[in-house]
Design a binder for this molecule. Sequence first.
Ligand SMILES: Nc1ncnc2c1ncn2[C@@H]1O[C@H](COP(=O)(O)OP(=O)(O)OP(=O)(O)O)[C@@H](O)[C@H]1O
Ligand SMILES: Nc1nc2c(ncn2[C@@H]2O[C@H](COP(=O)(O)O)[C@@H](O)[C@H]2O)c(=O)[nH]1
Length: 192
Amino acid sequence: MTGKTQPEHYIIVLTGPAGAGKTTVQNYLATEDGIPKIITHTTRAPRAHEQPGVHYYFETPESFAKLDLLEAVHYAGHQYGSSKEGLERAWAHHQVASIVLDTEGALTYRKRLGNQAVIIYLAVPETQELHRRMLQRGDSPAAVQQRLHSAETQRDLELPAELKDVGIYLPNQDWNQTTAQLQQIIEKLSND
Ligand SMILES: Nc1ncnc2c1ncn2[C@@H]1O[C@H](COP(=O)(O)OP(=O)(O)OP(=O)(O)O)[C@@H](O)[C@H]1O
Ligand SMILES: Nc1nc2c(ncn2[C@@H]2O[C@H](COP(=O)(O)O)[C@@H](O)[C@H]2O)c(=O)[nH]1
């Protein structure tokens, strides 16, 4: 026995409105810091570039109903959910993992995991910029309109009041500034 305590495990929860850059940041953390991504489940159809098991596990409403999920939400007409098994698999080999969630999911993770859930809210204040980014990503104009007008995207334009004291508010406009702030957060977690 060395008396040394085990390092804490963390889950970086990337949240914010549609098009804010959550997936882009998740990919960056995987490439730059070797932080594994937790793949979630959805009933929505894959986008042109998306592959099953890489971007999402794509489900039918029937297969989704059979999953054992840590949390699940409805977002813009589709179901999304994340499994406890996915988190445990990532934590078996890594101290830190990441997941992309809407703000409702972020709240659930915080309530269930406390300080182990590190909430990063990616902020892009101008709706026009979100619109531009989704079009640039290849979404159809109709899909962008539907997404931006959904109650969930409107809600996620702000960090929820319950997360104001615990979430990290990270404006994602200048990419160099975003990555500099991300590296500070990762360094702090690694030293814990
Ligand atoms: N700082 C940035 N400046 C300019 N464009 C950016 C920036 N960050 C991300 N993007 C671009 O914005 C688009 C949307 O990013 P991304 O798909 O990561 O958003 P998201 O938050 O995951 O969206 P959704 O919730 O709809 O899946 C992408 O084309 C991405 O390259
Ligand atoms: N609460 C959860 N939210 C999730 C999950 N997987 C993704 N998401 C969020 O849904 C919206 C829409 O995603 P999109 O890929 O269709 O643009 C976005 O905010 C994601 O962060 C999940 O398992 N649980």
